[in-house]
Design a protein around this ligand. Structure first.
Ligand SMILES: Nc1ncnc2c1ncn2[C@@H]1O[C@H](COP(=O)(O)OP(=O)(O)OP(=O)(O)O)[C@@H](O)[C@H]1O
Ligand SMILES: [Mg+2]
Length: 297
């Protein structure tokens, strides 16, 4: 299966949310990474054919998705960024309801609903009303409803928002197991959520994909630009604000190790370390460091 965008553009007035995007996606898991306002949701809504592009087109195996219409929608599973469900439904009834909308037979719907509630860790609560659910539980129900029709293309907009660490792991395992021979797209601004499961990362900034590639390989782009510097913990916050800092780690000796992005050694004791995806994200999405603070340290 191949999903391809050509010159895909979406404008809202003078704002260009998706800017002339040419991407080809074959089977695999894609992590769409970008800061707030990068254009992730807009791209996803275009890919789900919920929004018409201003210009450009999307084709699946060479056929325009607008012309494919229902056929395309049947292949698709989608979790919106702000997932809404009916509070007075039970989780199980809600999944049956969505199944009916997706045209599943009752027998199949019941089977899929039970299996998916189990897979997202909600089988014990399957007969509870959704209004009694926590935010993370609703999110997991949202992931389940997106997978009801066994979609060939699964697109999840910030699926891990609100999930605790244990549920994040469960989610990763679920997606990895499901993804075989499918296109799965996950958007997030949390690097660690896609680092392990995505075969390919697409970094999105100002409506464009600025970097694309294997999560283990693309950080090498900034080889020689990531440093670890040890400073007294009492001054760590000021140092962190003065540089592009991707991480802080306290030691038990009253010191803090800062992970800093810089094209030259930021301090005398700086040790050059191999970059990771988190560093690369910072590289693309960093603002200006508060350089005046750097001078005052
Ligand atoms: N309906 C709309 N009308 C006007 N502007 C919009 C609309 N939808 C999105 N935008 C603008 O398009 C840009 C991209 O928004 P989008 O929601 O796609 O970003 P995002 O990457 O999903 O951000 P977030 O991480 O906050 O969800 C933003 O500048 C946003 O303000
Ligand atoms: Mg969004």
């Amino acid at each position: 299966m191949e999903l391809k965008t050509t010159g895909l553009t979406k404008k809202f007035g003078s704002k260009i949310a998706v800017n002339h995007l040419n991407i080809t996606l074959s089977n695999g898991v894609y992590g769409l990474l970008g800061a707030n306002g990068a254009g992730k949701t807009t791209l996803i809504r275009l890919l789900c054919s919920l929004q018409a592009p201003t210009s450009g087109k999307i084709v699946l195996n060479g056929k325009d998705i607008i012309a494919l219409d229902e056929t395309y929608r049947h292949l698709l599973g989608y979790l919106p960024q702000h997932f809404r469900c009916y509070p007075d439904f039970t989780a199980f009834d809600f999944l049956l309801y969505v199944s009916a909308l997706k045209g599943l037979s009752e027998k199949n719907a019941k089977k899929r609903a039970s299996a998916l509630l189990e897979a997202v860790g909600l089988s014990a609560e399957s007969r509870h009303k959704i209004k009694t659910f926590s935010g993370g539980m609703k999110q997991r129900l949202g992931v389940a409803q997106a997978m009801l029709n066994n979609p060939h293309i699964l697109i999840l907009d910030e699926p891990t928002a609100g999930l605790d660490p244990k549920e994040r792991i469960r989610f990763r395992n679920l997606i990895s197991a499901f993804a075989q021979n499918r296109i799965v797209i996950l958007s997030t601004h949390i690097v660690s959520d896609v680092e392990c499961i995505a075969e390919e990362i697409m970094m999105m900034k100002s409506g464009a994909i600025v970097r694309r590639g294997n999560p283990q390989e693309i950080p090498s782009e900034i080889d020689g630009q990531v440093w670890e510097c040890t400073v007294p913990t009492a001054h760590a916050k000021r140092y962190a604000a003065a540089f592009h800092t991707s991480n802080l780690r306290n030691t038990d000796r009253g010191e803090t190790v800062l992970r800093i992005l810089s094209d030259h050694p930021p301090m005398e004791n700086a040790v050059c370390v191999p970059p990771n995806l988190e560093d690369l994200y910072l590289f693309y999405f960093k603002g200006d460091p508060q350089s005046e603070k750097a001078h005052s340290i």
